[in-house]
Design a protein around this ligand. Sequence first.
Ligand code: NAD
Length: 471
Amino acid sequence: MKTINKFYINGEFVTPHGTEILELINPTTNKKMAEVTLGDVEDARAAIVAAKVAFTTFSKTTKDERIGYLEKLRATIKRRANDLTDVMVEEYGGVRQFCTMVTNNAIEDVSAMIDTLKHFDLERKTGKSRVRLQPVGVVGIIIPWNMSNGFIVTKLSTAIAAGCTSVVKPSEMSAQQTQVMAECFHEAGIPKGVVNFLNGMGDVIGGEITRNPDINKIAFTGSTGVGKIIMRGAVESMKRVTMELGGKSPNIILDDANLQQAIPMAITIAFLNSGQACAAGTRLLVPESKLKDVNEIAKYTVDNIKVGDPGSMETMVGPMVSKKQFDRVQEYIKVGQQEGATLLVGGLGKPKGLENGYFAKATIFTNVKNSMRIAQEEIFGPVLSIIPYKNDEDAIAIANDTTYGLAAYVTSADKERAYRVASQIDAGRICINGFMHDSKAPFGGFKQSGVGREYGEFGLEEYLEPKAFLE
Ligand code: NAD
């Protein structure tokens, strides 16, 4: 069993002021795996002071110096790539194929930010004036447990590129991942106080970050509910905010698509990270006339995917992160049945032989109406809703009939037709014919899926404050 009892503040691994202990349970085995010391408000304040002091010098570094730091960070993450992947697999039961992709994307994200910064004009002429973009200040970074390492790298590489300093509060459930990440930043020689990591509960550490006037911006990834709490708190000192929130992303299969390819791909997209991904395509919209074929292919596909050991490269669905999340998934499966959706595969309970961990069955409901709760609410588990539509206009209307707008997917034999449909969907990132990652394309939500964008130049601008000089 591991003990995580140090925070990374001002360039050193220090003993926290807080003394409360949280037990972490391995979701695959249901056995205790670590004890984490949780910080208190004093710890949060110490980290904020360190970041504020560091900002006075780090904000004056040159572009080339910051590129140098990012290059060292990329080299360290590459060297520690296996550790980063392994700790994700162990700590939250992330399946190895997904966690490997997260680590590789993190390396690519740093490269993309280096390139973005190289070509980004921090001084520009606009109209008759000179405009300088300067770092926004101290950033409070609050993130969830899923893909924790990926979010830390994306946000911190952007903050460093901008010349900001940061205090990072990951989920209390991802303390081991945080530990390895903090070691990476330390080993990369990032100057002291520029990045600070601490573990603690959302309302305690997250609450202090939200309220403290020395935090100039909050970069949050998490649920829409918590995002709203943070935005309300941040308004008091008029902090800048970027919010990457929840989703209920539609995946439209157009009537000319090859179903034998499109449906297995749709299931991969729905069950990304065992369904615990904000961008998972959890509403599969299919032509009414093809519903029978879709159901057959979907059932066959799910009957043949591997659910189980997250450490195996073949596994598609691993355990839910916690008992709470497992119970939530069970509750939604009940709701789907009560609402009258047809259970195609999966259902309540645990798969045979996996009774110890928090494994849910890979589940598909078909003939789902978009008004049902299982089609409107984020479940965050391996539960897919198949929704039939009449024609393209109907598919677009159903896709947009949601409070969310994070991601969407469109599949067609005709790419231009897919683009025409995609351009009418209210979502921040739309993938045509598959699932892709682009470390320079803006990522963020329409509607209640968020505020602002991450990645590339759009992401960098969120960490900068424009100042105009009129002569
Ligand atoms: P969560 O919203 O419960 O927690 C996220 C973070 O906020 C955690 O660090 C938590 O400790 C902290 N927090 C909780 N209460 C707080 C408060 N009152 N003040 C300040 N901070 C507080 O989310 P989760 O369960 O960890 O993660 C799942 C959610 O994250 C899902 O809704 C998912 O869609 C979303 N998510 C979004 C994206 C995206 O990029 N849009 C990516 C991944 C996950």
